[in-house]
Design a protein. Structure first.
Length: 349
């Protein structure tokens, strides 16, 4: 019996081309297994084989999504594969978004079974888990040896058209898709059984898990802004020219703190936006549209606010995972408190 044909998608890092400095490479294809593809080939146990690997830089894909997607689909179509595999991406945000985006397009436009693998807090997981099967991984590539066999096993099932079991059995992220089936016990009996186990403190598994929301109680309103030190924090991607901290245009993994102590306005000659989720034309001409330093200085001079902090904090919000965003807040909020900041103006796009 002939082997199933597989096309594999990976980024610049896993292809061994380079790190952030090579994240701008356009799509290319190699007719061989590359990087994690070699482990994936072994995990197929002779039932399938990677016939081509498509590689694209994370920055290039994020900034040229439609162009890159079209080029990648043409590359994949040439091989007429039985299965498309993207990743594993673990917690690499831009990589995860690219894997999900390409896989969904392959499934929708080429009608080919697809599978990927990511960490639960990867933004690609939230964005695409309802569209495609995504194997759950740990946070880093140290989990490669566990992720690849699950990826291969589920991929083979999808390619063969076999029945796919529930998430806890197959190892993929819960997709929020409910399927009707016949149970030996009716719902009322199952519900009572679970209730009794809960009352006894015994372990049970609910049939309808509820989403968990991280709620933060708002602070009391500021009574007198004229006595308060105010800081500007933005997810709009405003950074000094050249982006010295190399903050990503989407799925950010870092933030920057930038001095404005001697400025009354943000000049376009000194600041730019690297945000990948909106039309940057107007902000490129006037960065104050996202970081309103000019207006805040006027309010400071008029006594509307007591004082403006000597810096602003910036990152990009597009595709940034909840986990990373929470970590940013925990990091820079300590600095704000230490510097006596009593209120924050949070600007977006």
């Amino acid at each position: 019996m002939s082997k199933l044909k597989v096309v594999h998608y990976i980024n610049n890092f896993f292809a061994g081309i380079g790190g952030e400095e090579r994240a701008d490479i356009p799509p290319e294809v190699r007719e061989e297994a590359v990087g994690p593809g070699m482990a994936l080939n072994a995990a197929f146990n002779g039932e399938a084989e990677i016939v081509a690997t498509v590689i694209c830089g994370d920055t290039y894909y994020g900034e040229n999504m439609e162009v890159a997607k079209t080029a990648i689909l043409e590359m994949i179509k040439k091989y007429n594969p039985d299965l498309f595999v993207a990743g594993p991406a673990f917690n690499a945000g831009r990589y995860g978004v690219a894997c999900g985006s390409v896989a969904k397009a392959v499934e929708d436009e080429l009608g080919i079974p697809v599978v990927s693998a990511m960490y639960r807090e990867n933004p690609g997981t939230d964005m695409y888990k309802k569209d495609i099967h995504i194997i759950e991984t740990e946070i880093s590539a140290a989990d490669m040896r566990n992720a690849v066999p699950k990826l291969a096993r589920l991929g083979l099932k999808l390619a063969k058209g076999e029945e796919v079991g529930p998430p806890e059995e197959e190892g993929y992220h819960v997709r929020g898709i409910r399927v009707n089936y016949f149970n030996e016990k009716r719902a009322s009996e199952r519900g009572i059984d679970m209730l009794v186990k809960k009352m006894k403190g015994e372990e049970f598994i609910t049939e309808y898990p509820m989403p968990v929301f991280d709620r933060v109680a708002p602070n009391p309103a500021v009574k007198d802004m004229s006595k308060i030190k105010v800081a500007i924090v933005t997810s709009g991607g405003i950074v000094p020219q050249g982006n010295p901290d190399r903050i990503e245009s989407s799925s950010a993994t870092k933030y920057g703190v930038y001095d404005i102590s001697a400025m009354d306005s943000l000049g376009a000659d000194r600041f730019m936006t690297i945000h990948g989720g909106y039309d940057r034309a107007f902000v490129t001409e006037n960065p104050n549209l996202v970081v309103p330093l000019d207006v805040m200085r006027e309010m400071e001079k008029e006594g509307v606010i007591g004082e403006l902090a000597d810096y602003f904090v910036s990152t990009t919000g597009t595709g940034t995972s909840v986990g990373n965003a929470k970590g940013f807040g925990e990091g820079f909020s300590k600095k704000l408190v230490d510097d006596g900041v009593g209120a924050v103006i949070l600007t977006s796009t």
